[in-house]
Design a protein around this ligand. Sequence first.
Ligand code: SF4
Length: 233
Amino acid sequence: MNINKENSLFNTKIVYDLTKFTHLDYPEHLACIIWFSGCNMRCDYCYNSDIVFAKSGNYTLDDMLKFLKTRVGLLDGVVLSGGEATTHHLIPFCQEIKKLGFLIKLDTNGTNPHAIKELLDLELLDYVALDYKAPKEKFIKITHSNTYDKFSDTLNLLLSSKIKFEARTTIHNDLLNVDDINLIIDDLTTRGYNKKYYLQKFLDTQTNIANIKTASKKFDKSKLSKKLDIIWR
Ligand code: SF4
């Protein structure tokens, strides 16, 4: 990347918001969260619609670096979230974060395996939280994005790397039932995933993309597969 392009990357408002402190979003670490504008999915249950539909952001990467310089020694890590952070070119920014000594966690829907491979190859990531949105048959219906194969490549990439990562799924009972989750668990274990699997309950903020309400159907936890250690959030 030439200097002009890199300057413009650092001076363009692509960050929607900054959470200055979290002890929940990066396992075992104190961190901040950088929320990147824009996403290449349109998940029905998504409550970050402002971020997803944002044409630009409110802060530049330079703004973020200025903030991070004030947190050296106080925070352990930086969470790159969104939106979908990998829709932006992250390498130069991650290199600057690393120079400040922070760990980097990436929250991703997994649709950019090439970008994630580059980040892994350059050892710029320390932890990845990968959304497993739905079984293949329901993937488009829930995400409105024909990207299951790309997600699948990312999952395989993470499984074949040494990176610490987690798979997680958001559940709205009318969209995903216990059989769907068991299909996901079967797929994960068949591929060799043996870590904790995180299930997140749908949060009705009245602002989700598809304007869906709290589910009418019940999720029968007693029928969940026991093949993985499941953690509810
Ligand atoms: S929930 Fe879906 S639409 Fe919302 S930010 Fe995540 S991937 Fe994008």
